[in-house]
Design a binder for this molecule. Structure first.
Ligand code: CUA
Length: 172
């Protein structure tokens, strides 16, 4: 029975299946690679990774606060630490579109601005980012929403939205 067809390797049908299987494996590997890569940059609210031990030594978190980056456009950098936000006050003119960046130098905190949809988790090593346009004049407290220790409930600050003609620029 042996030796009737001394073919080298597999028959064409089997060879096609092998090609198909290898192709499938390559597709899976590609999908996993792409998914892992993409997911690393797609965590909601996450802007970028930072080192919580050095994040306040240089770069924008070294001088937290709000600044105008264009007409009516602002950037606010906020450092969270037990049990305070730095800065504790953000002053902006009515209608300001503010992109808020928040990070933590110690444990996990939350950052929620009352009466807005700004509500972020703040995780050490990460920068959370959200933009919001403040159309209403008033005082909007921001609070920590993640239990972070004994004085968690006292961890807060305020956004003050003032009439545009009263705004002096740069914040408090
Ligand atoms: Cu910070 Cu609770």
């Amino acid at each position: 029975m042996t030796g009737d067809k001394p073919t080298m390797g597999a028959d064409p049908f089997e060879r096609n299946w092998m090609r198909f299987s290898i192709g499938l494996l390559l597709v899976f590997a590609a999908v996993i690679t792409v998914a892992a890569f993409a997911m690393g940059f797609a965590v909601p609210g996450e802007h970028e990774r930072v080192d919580p031990r050095t994040v306040t030594q240089s770069g924008p978190f070294a001088t937290p606060g709000v600044k105008e980056i264009g007409p009516g456009e602002f950037e606010a950098y906020v450092v969270s630490r037990t049990f305070a936000f730095d800065p504790a006050e953000i002053v902006i003119p009515q209608g300001a579109k503010v992109t808020i960046y928040v990070t933590s130098v110690d444990v996990q905190h939350g950052f929620k601005i009352t009466d807005t949809n700004v509500n972020m988790q703040v995780v050490p090593g990460h920068v959370s980012k959200l933009s919001y346009t403040f159309d209403r004049i008033g005082v909007f407290p921001y609070i920590c929403t993640e239990y972070c220790g004994i004085a968690h409930a006292a961890m807060s600050g305020t956004v003050k939205v003032v009439p545009a003609d009263e705004f002096e620029g740069g914040g408090a």
